[in-house]
Unconditional design. Sequence first.
Length: 300
Amino acid sequence: MTVVSLHRYPVKSMLGESLDRADVSARGLLGDRALAVYDVESGTVASAKVPRLWSGLLDFSARFAADPEPGRPLPEIEIRFPDGSMLRSDDPGIDTALSAALDREVRLITEPPEGSQFEEVWPEIDGLPVDQLAPEQLIAGTTARHEETGERVSRFDVSMFGAPGTFFDLSTLHVLTESTLDRLRELAPEATFDARRYRPNVVLRGADAGFVENDWPGRESLIGGVRVRFSFATMRCVMTTLAQGGDLQRDPDTLRAVAKHNRIEIPQIGGVWACAGVYADVVADGAIAVGDEHSDPVAG
C-alpha cells in the first residue's frame, strides 16, 4: 500500500489541512489537535459528536500560520470563520468571536483541564438501533444526560487511549484505507463515502479489497519512516453523517452502512462496535509523506 493523503486537524472538530509530509511522534502528527474549544457551561471539551451544540464547528477551518517544527513551540493557528473572516489563535478577541459564532461561552485552550471529558450523542436514525453502533451496556453506563429528543448523551475521558495531555477522543493516530471506502460504496451506493467524513490522519491505497484494516489490530508496520502498532478498529459515530466543507451534505446512510456491514469486536473496550478504519500507536518517531510505502502489518 501507499500513502495517498495526510491530514492534520489543528483545532479539534474543525476542518483541518491536507499535508504533503508530516513529522510523527507518540503524540501523533505534529500539531494535530493542538487546540480545542472548551465549553464553559458544561466544563467539557467541545466535540461535533453532539451535533445540536457543536455541528457548527465543522463550518470552521484551521491551519498553521507556518509549518510546525519538531522541538520548537507550535506556530499560531489561523481559524477561518463561517462568514469567511480569519482570526489567529493568539488574537485577544478570539474567545469572544468564537463564543458569538457558536452562541455559547467558549474558550480556546491548549491543554485539557485535569479530568477533561467530551460528550457523544447516540443518534436516533431511522433503521439504525443505537445498539448497532455500540454495546448497550456501555451506552447505559456512560449516559450523563439526554437531549430534548430523548437521545442519550455519554461522557468519556478525553484521550482515553492516547497521549496524556492531548485532545484525541481515543487514540493518537487514525489510519483509513481506500479499500474500506470502496467496499462501503459497493454495499451502499446511495451514500457518500468521502474520506473527509472520517477525519483520518493517514489514507492508504492498495490492491487488496474489503475491510482490510479489520485484521491489523495487534500488528506492527512501517508507514513511511514511522513504525506503528495498530491498536483497535475505529468506532464510527454521528459525526460521520454531518454536513461539512460546503460540498458534503448530511447523510445518515453513511453510518447505517457501516453499522450494517462492519461491526467489530473491540477487546480493549468490550463489545461489538460499528467500525471503519483503525487506530494506531507510534512505536518509533519519524516522518510520513504522500507517496510513501506502507509495509504489510506483521505480528508485533
